[in-house]
Design a protein around this ligand. Structure first.
Ligand code: ADP
Ligand code: MG
Length: 217
């Protein structure tokens, strides 16, 4: 049971599709508590990533770390605002964790995701409960680690992780934002779902869809 190079590519592609399909929704969420560009930003970045991966001529597709770093660099260089660089950091740190690996064990995957999320935390200086993407990402990492530690199958662990991300996303609704643009609204940021937590749920759902069932082997 492991995640192959091509499955990581499939995960990134599935996220790009989910972002494209939810572009208006993400932008609508950002129009309530931000500047109405999260869907546009993320879609621009992920379309650039898809173009980059499609144009890759490397015949030696064995380094998942290098692949993830390319995704991160592309996001950092094509997306403005807070979200793009934070997602860029997520992928760059995942790439550092997976450096040189041709495939990832379930624990490698969990470790890479944990490293990526720690990178987002370090860069954005947000805590859980600040109404950001971390409110979806941190419970997802915790759930993934706990599930694997308690002997769950990889399928079940990635599904549980996506569910935890979804719950974390929904739990941002009543919160008052303490980081990012939404924090400028103070109390008025409450009663709206955070756009970044929503795109992060799409990211984890894409992983569950790609790696479970007939995905990872
Ligand atoms: P911008 O806020 O610059 O317009 P986006 O709209 O693309 O950028 O992204 C907004 C999302 O970024 C927010 O919904 C939130 O989830 C996330 N975000 C903003 N600031 C931070 C931070 N300091 N740490 C983590 N996530 C953050
Ligand atoms: Mg915005």
């Amino acid at each position: 049971m492991s995640v192959s190079y091509s499955q990581v590519t499939d995960w990134v592609s599935a996220f790009a599709v989910a972002v494209a399909e939810n572009k208006e929704y993400l932008t609508e969420l950002d129009s309530a508590i931000g500047d109405a560009d999260h869907g546009i930003n993320m879609n621009r970045g992920m379309q650039a990533v898809v173009g980059k991966l499609g144009a890759s001529t490397a015949d030696d597709q064995t380094d998942i770390g290098a692949l993830l770093k390319t995704v991160g660099m592309t996001l950092v260089s094509t997306v403005g605002g807070a979200g793009g660089p934070l997602y860029g950091t997520l992928f760059l740190q995942m790439g550092a964790s997976a450096a040189g690996k041709p495939e990832l064990s379930p624990q490698d995957w969990a470790d890479a995701l944990a490293a990526g999320v720690a990178g987002v935390q370090k860069r954005g200086k947000a805590e859980r409960g600040d109404k950001t993407m971390l409110d979806a990402l941190m419970p997802a990492v915790d759930k993934l680690q706990d599930a694997l530690a308690s002997g769950a199958s990889f399928d079940d662990a990635v599904q549980a992780s996506a569910t935890a991300a979804q719950e974390g996303m929904t739990a941002t609704i009543p919160l008052v934002a303490h980081k990012g643009r939404a924090s400028y609204l103070g109390e008025r940021s409450a009663n709206h779902q955070d756009p970044g937590a929503t795109s992060s749920w799409l990211l984890l759902r894409a992983a569950a869809d790609t790696f479970s069932g007939n995905g990872a082997d």
